[in-house]
Design a protein around this ligand. Structure first.
Ligand code: MTE
Ligand code: QUE
Ligand code: MOS
Length: 749
């Protein structure tokens, strides 16, 4: 049996960038980052660093032969700062040395003369001063002003959600290997090999065909290696190009936490209008996205927030405004959910507010307003299923929500110190890149004469199991055992112009392209078999590695047929391209069918709070999730479980703290993520439905489950309120034990 990723991981044999055998003459790079959040760079003292033993070179912006620019969406991000610095940790110089330790000693020996300028760290302040990365955007439908005037109940408020550190186990890094003729081969831990290739070519002033980027797998990405893997690969490439030697750049955990961006913190204002019996009428929301110092993917993240402004609900009158606010913090970036979670948190806060005002349980308002078939979203896209209500009702039934609520009320009536809480959390998440052009993928499939198969696509394996899904899809088309299909590394020479593996679409897009290529090969093999068996092509089928004639096995195996085709000079390789049909989002009108489909599900999160200390446990998270007809339910279960726990972490214990632009929570002593002990008991069930849709790999599953974690915040609020405190006013996440205690003691809002 061929070992696949999970087995290699367990055996400790999977190789990450830093594990690759080191080539002779390998040099190591380390990065000197800005010590100030904002300032004018007057000069650099590099002589001391250059004199450090083992230091070979110190490179600055002046050493960039091509464009000193790596911005993906907006060209506003220099590779190395020149002139001004805009955040603490912004790369200014790159030290290259014979060892990693020498490179770090070189970095420590650099001093920069910087005239410090005032920094802006709050998005509302940046917006007030006009520091916006793109003009503010509005997505709307109906007449929200009239709706708010007419509504029997109107609640207004503010919310804040915090950043989140990706904490992928493998830190950012790359290895640049000069090749003959001025070519460069780059091994990078990136979700976006083409983005790295384009940036390196631009920085060096060479053609993209001079740069080969190769990715075997990542030790986690979670969005953090979409745009933000690029600087480190480009710096390694720059050093390798200058010194004509292999160069490795691996960030230490602390450098990674300080220098790279995280999930965007959002501030928001809302006004929410409902009828007296709880029907949603009008929703006005204004998002202040803290984008950090450069655009990165912030405009696309904001767009997804606007497209998820109504979360899982139907609201006829909506105005969603988004501000992409430039601050002096490291550029915030993609993180599982990509702006969706931030938007859905705001609506759930407003819903909580309205439920209190109406004196009903939040689940009553949720159930009453779930979007159903035909309901039109603010962008104009209609909802095409009733799976929001289906999953909600199944969650209520399977997890005995009503009985649990009664049990919780009884428990809370009898216990003074400990209080329990539960909350339902429906999720509706759009699948597709909202930048329509990114919804394409290509695949190259080779069948070798022994019947083994090698598949190359643009998909990057980062633990989400995309390789296993593509393997299953190709094996299915060729009717051979999955073990005969090998996934090659992701390489820009075999798959060109690839979209990042992101937006939960990696498997959807790349497995579709690979299946298409496999179908082309199967069709040629079928013709060959028809010739050999003297029958019509329709009489030929493939099953369990054999060729069937009219459904009955023949002497021909897949392998023998492949050999026969080869001998007859028929190609048993194919390249195919897939583009998601029937989607188009138009930014000019802020409308269109933005998504191929929506993924739905509902979770129930249960907590127990120590009302004396503010500490708590998240006891159980259960969900009914719509995964379609899954190719690999085992993998999908892992995605749902991991997503829930990551979402609970974001909402409860993970607190990113900056003080005057400096990261205070820069290691695992001060930044807490859920570990096995903090993870709740998990109960994941698939939606039971007769009309399973026919996507190649089931439905996308990577990001949607993260948003179930939002339920933990409201379960905790319910537990806090069971003590009698109001916990009204500004809603701010994460609900750390400290924040819970402040609410319990009345020191909170
Ligand atoms: N699962 C693991 N184990 N590691 C990861 O880095 N990234 C998530 C999700 N699940 C991630 C993961 C994110 S942010 C996305 S967009 C999807 O996987 C990407 O993979 P897919 O498109 O193949 O689902
Ligand atoms: C979801 C995503 C992405 C997205 C839109 C989504 C994403 C991404 C981009 C993107 C990248 C480069 C561009 C651009 C958009 O958009 O990951 O316009 O130039 O990289 O809805 O995950
Ligand atoms: Mo995922 S945030 O789209 O990489």
């Amino acid at each position: 049996m061929k070992p696949t990723d999970p087995l290699l991981h367990v055996l400790g044999q999977s190789l990450y960038v830093d594990d690759l055998p080191e080539p002779a003459g390998l040099l190591h790079a380390a990065v000197f980052g800005s010590p100030f959040p904002h300032g004018h760079l007057r000069g650099l003292e590099l002589a001391t660093a250059r004199a450090v033993e083992g230091v070979v070179a110190v490179l600055t912006a002046a050493d960039v032969p091509g464009h000193n620019q790596i911005g993906g969406m907006v060209q506003d991000e220099p590779l190395l700062a020149a002139g001004d610095v805009h955040f603490v940790g912004q790369p200014i110089a790159c030290v290259v040395a014979t060892s990693r330790e020498a490179a770090h000693r070189g970095v420590a020996a650099i001093t920069a003369q910087i005239d410090e300028l005032p920094g802006i760290f709050e998005p509302r302040e940046a917006q007030r001063l006009g520091h916006l990365i793109i003009p503010s955007r509005t997505m709307q439908c109906g007449d929200v002003d009239a709706a708010l005037r007419q509504a029997a109940v109107v609640v207004r408020g503010q919310t804040r959600s915090g950043a989140q550190e990706h904490l992928y186990l493998e830190t950012q890094g790359a290895l640049a290997l000069p090749q003959e003729g001025g070519r460069l081969r780059i091994v990078s831990s990136t979700q976006a090999p083409t983005a790295v290739q384009r940036a390196v070519a631009g920085v060096l002033g060479v053609g993209m065909h001079d740069v080969e980027v190769d990715v075997t797998r990542l030790g986690g990405g979670f969005g953090g290696k979409e745009d933000q893997a690029t600087p480190w690969a480009a710096l390694a490439a720059l050093a390798a190009w200058h010194l004509n030697a292999p160069v490795k750049l691996i960030l230490s955990r602390e450098d990674d936490m300080r220098m790279t961006g995280k999930r965007h913190p959002y501030d928001a204002d809302y006004a929410f209008g409902l009828t007296a019996d709880g029907q949603f009428l009008g929703w006005q929301v204004e998002f202040y996205q803290n984008a950090g110092a450069s655009a990165d993917l912030s405009p696309a993240v904001l767009e997804r927030s606007l497209l998820h402004a109504t979360a899982s609900y139907f609201i006829p009158n909506v105005r969603a405004i988004g501000h992409c606010c430039r601050t002096n913090l490291p550029p915030f970036t993609a993180f599982r959910g990509f702006g969706g979670p931030q938007a859905m948190f705001v609506l759930e806060c407003a819903l909580d507010h309205a439920a209190r005002k109406l004196g009903v349980d939040r689940s009553v308002l949720q159930r009453r307003n779930l979007a159903k078939t035909g309901d039109v979203q603010p962008c104009g896209m209609p909802i095409r299923s009733d799976h929001a209500a289906l999953t909600f009702d199944q969650a209520v039934a399977h997890f005995h929500f009503n009985e649990k609520q009664q049990a919780i009320a009884a428990f809370n009536a009898q216990n003074r110190r400990f209080k329990r809480g539960a909350a339902l959390m429906p999720v509706c998440f759009g699948i597709s890149f909202t930048s329509t052009f990114l919804n394409q993928a290509s695949a190259l499939v080779h069948v070798y004469t022994d019947g083994s198969v090698a598949v190359s696509t643009g998909a990057v394996e980062m633990g989400q199991g995309v390789n296993a899904k593509i393997q299953a899809a190709v094996a299915g088309v060729l009717a051979i055992a999955p073990a005969r299909v090998r996934l090659e590394s992701t390489n820009t020479g075999r798959a060109a112009n690839t979209s990042p593996t992101a937006a939960s679409s990696g498997a959807d897009l790349n497995a579709a392209a690979a299946a298409q290529a496999a179908r082309e090969i199967a069709s040629r093999l079928r013709s060959r078999a028809a010739l050999l068996l003297h029958c019509a092509e329709e009489a030929v089928s493939f099953q369990d590695g054999r060729v069937n004639l009219n459904g009955a096995p023949t002497e021909w195996t897949f392998e023998r047929l492949v050999q026969s085709a080869y001998m007859a000079r028929i190609s048993v390789s194919a390249q195919a391209h897939y583009a998601t049909p029937n989607i188009l989002f138009d930014r000019a009108t802020e409308s269109g069918v933005a998504f191929a489909y929506h993924v739905f599900g509902t979770a129930l999160v249960e907590v127990t709070l120590d009302a004396l200390l503010g500490t708590y446990t998240v006891d159980r998270a259960s969900c009914v999730h719509d995964v379609g007809t899954s190719l690999r339910p085992d993998i999908d279960r892992g995605q749902v479980e991991g997503g829930i726990v990551q979402g609970i972490g974001w909402m409860t214990m993970e607190e990113v703290v900056y003080q005057d632009g400096r990261l205070k929570s820069a290691n695992l002593g001060t930044y807490k993520v859920p570990d096995l002990l903090a993870a709740p008991e998990l109960d994941v069930r698939w939606l039971e439905t007769a009309n399973a849709p026919s996507h190649v790999t089931g439905k996308a599953v990577g990001e949607p489950p993260l948003m179930y974690g939002i339920g933990a915040y409201f379960a905790l609020l319910n537990a806090i309120r069971a003590t009698g405190v109001a916990a009204a006013g500004l809603q701010e996440s994460p609900m750390t034990p400290e924040r819970a205690l402040m609410l319990l003691t009345g020191d909170g809002p």
